[in-house]
Design a binder for this molecule. Structure first.
Ligand SMILES: [Fe+2]
Length: 234
């Protein structure tokens, strides 16, 4: 099944190989340079992940301030996958002004994100999200996705029961298996699929980036130009 079909009438999410690996490598190098953890560690991503895994939340938050100058992350993710983005949304886009970099730390009491769908945060139903780890992801530190059909069923049931994040949704957090990935792969998903992450055991923290985008010709609805900016793919 092709990606477009899978995103609209299929599972609602697809793992795909990143098209411009040079751009994506530059993105990772840029992260490594900006995070600037310690001169002793060097620029090996796994060493940085090991160091992050041992840091406290406060230390990590402080380190994240180093990423404030990562202003071109949105463009870099979009330009890593231009053909796919163009096929889905055309070349005139609204893209997130500041893409996210997320660091998830292993261990109990860390990084457990309840299942949610992106529409909840007010992006339009015409948006897509690209999510990519900056390294191989062979432990349980990734993201799990609930296929679109089941996500809709759960949402409709919640609507009927007058609940938001009731037991059906919260119970999804148990026994989920996050998607395993290789560096150079990304996940694209629509704003209707439920997803989240679980606590995981590893000696490495997980580092991933994500960006939201949509066609310039579709309504923005709740989000405005504080959140999105115009961008044209050449
Ligand atoms: Fe999310």
């Amino acid at each position: 099944m092709d990606i477009e079909k899978e995103l609209t009438v299929g599972r609602g999410y697809v793992v795909f190989p990143i098209e411009n690996t040079d751009t994506f490598n530059k993105l990772r190098n840029s992260f490594v340079e900006k995070i600037n953890i310690s001169k002793k560690i060097g620029d090996n991503i796994d060493q940085i992940r090991k160091k992050l895994a041992k840091m406290t939340k406060a230390e990590i938050n402080k380190t994240m301030v180093n990423l404030l100058s990562f202003n071109d992350l949105s463009e870099m993710i979009i330009n890593s996958c231009p053909t796919l983005v163009k096929r889905l949304c055309g070349s005139e886009l609204f893209i997130q002004r500041r893409a996210h970099t997320i660091i998830n730390v292993p261990g109990e009491g860390q990084a457990k994100q309840w299942p949610h769908y992106e529409l909840m945060s007010g992006i339009s139903p015409f948006s897509y999200v690209i999510w990519a780890p900056l390294h191989d992801l062979q432990d349980q530190g990734g993201v799990y996705y609930i296929d679109q059909k089941k996500s809709y069923e759960i949402m409709k049931k919640e609507e009927e029961d007058g609940l938001v994040n009731g037991p059906t949704v919260l119970n999804l957090m148990t026994e989920q298996k996050p998607t395993l990935m290789k560096f150079g792969e990304a996940i694209i998903f629509n704003p209707f699929v439920l997803h989240g992450n679980v606590t995981f055991k590893s000696e490495f923290a997980r580092i991933a980036c994500n960006v939201r985008f949509q066609s310039y010709y579709k309504p923005l609805l709740q989000k405005n130009t504080d959140y999105l900016k115009y961008y044209k793919l050449v």
